[in-house]
Design a protein around this ligand. Structure first.
Ligand code: UDP
Ligand code: MG
Length: 344
């Protein structure tokens, strides 16, 4: 895969082991898995040869997740908890965590232990070789329904062919990002975020690490079918104008159909074919044109809505509170667009 095909050829520069490793974890109603995750991270940190931190983003959980996280941060100075003011969704919560990570290698991972922490060791090796983005590629996905696997399979292929050519296949958000690349990513403040696509867009030397994905350690998926569909739609419309162009294409198609109908009517008149007053063909063409017009207007409206959202230029998220032990409270990096009250 290295520098293959149309990928930009980079000269890799070996770098030393990271001076600090950050782990960023968005969490939404993860009370069932929070304890196991804490144990896994603590064990993992003891194997890492540099100082570590973990940035936990509580994405407006409605269960006891936040109390468990605050308890953890009180016990461990390497833990920082961002408590968002409400549920902003996975991609925004991840963005909040990435904004607040201070390491020079930053790992984005889910809280459910589906992505095994030890894979990060392999990612760090690649990081030392000079790669800036090392993403986990799922060779297998345990404990997921055939239906989920199928939708994921379709999702990646459609996104790749229609939307973004360089989007790595079978890859989630589990990845390690270098400080240089993360700083570049952090300059992109668009409201409709599809992080995987944005990271592919940023460029830099990127490589995959294959791994076997586990089943969820506990709890249930926070991505319902509806959320998945809306995520796919965000991905498609925030990354390409293909849907807009598709409506032009469909318009042309319907237009051709109309011409064909006209020719047929003329031929019928010339050759004296049997002609019913032509009510059905008229209806077909009319309703086709009507539906195409409405769909096209709808798609234009969708893009207009995106422009409207961006024009408002709102902050992406609100941090209601930050919890961390006093010993470690060095807020070195300036946060983007947000309100912080650290009176927690
Ligand atoms: N998540 C979040 N906000 C949301 C939905 C999910 O922060 O609105 C988190 C969730 O807690 C988990 C990660 O995003 O850590 C991935 O979610 P999940 O495991 O449910 O997705 P799946 O692996 O089933 O695609
Ligand atoms: Mg999961």
């Amino acid at each position: 895969m290295e520098n293959s095909g149309s990928r930009t050829r980079h000269l890799l520069r070996a770098r030393p082991y990271p001076a600090k490793l950050s782990i960023v974890v968005p969490m939404y109603n993860e009370e069932e898995v929070a304890g196991a995750f804490r144990a896994a991270v603590t064990a993992f940190f003891s194997e890492v040869a540099c100082p570590c931190e973990v940035v936990l983003v509580n994405d407006g959980s409605t269960d006891s997740t936040i109390s468990q996280l605050v308890e953890w941060s009180a016990a461990d100075p390497r833990v920082k908890v961002l408590h968002l003011s409400r549920n902003f969704g996975h991609q925004i919560a991840a963005t909040a965590g990435l904004d607040h990570a201070t390491g020079d290698a930053v790992v984005l991972i889910d809280a459910d232990l589906q992505d095994p922490l030890p894979v990060i060791h392999q990612m760090i090796m690649r990081y030392c070789e000079g790669y800036d983005v090392i993403y986990g590629r799922r060779e297998s996905r345990a404990g997921e329904t055939a239906h989920k696997r199928f939708t994921a399979w379709v999702f990646y292929r459609v996104m790749r062919t229609l939307v973004y050519r360089d989007l790595p296949i079978d890859t989630g958000d589990f990845r390690l990002i270098s400080r240089e690349c993360l700083d570049a990513l952090n300059t992109m403040r668009e409201t409709h975020r599809f992080l995987r696509g944005m990271i592919a867009w940023v460029g830099w030397p990127q490589i995959d690490v294959p791994y076997h994905r586990h089943a969820r350690a506990a709890g249930t998926t926070k991505y319902s079918l509806l959320k998945m569909l809306s995520f796919a739609w965000t991905a498609a419309t925030s990354f390409s104008a293909v849907p807009l162009r598709a409506s032009i294409f469909a318009g042309v198609l319907v237009g051709l159909l109309g011409i064909e109908e006209a020719l047929r009517a003329m031929a019928a008149w010339l050759f004296g074919w049997y002609t019913v007053p032509g009510w059905s063909s008229l209806m077909v063409v009319t309703s086709l044109i009507g539906s195409m017009t409405l769909i096209s207007i709808g798609i234009v409206g969708e893009y207009l809505a995106h422009v409207y959202e961006e024009a408002k230029d709102r902050p992406l998220y609100m941090v209601a509170r930050v919890y961390e032990s006093a010993e470690e409270s060095t807020e070195a990096r300036p946060p983007h667009n947000e309100i912080i009250r650290t009176d927690g």
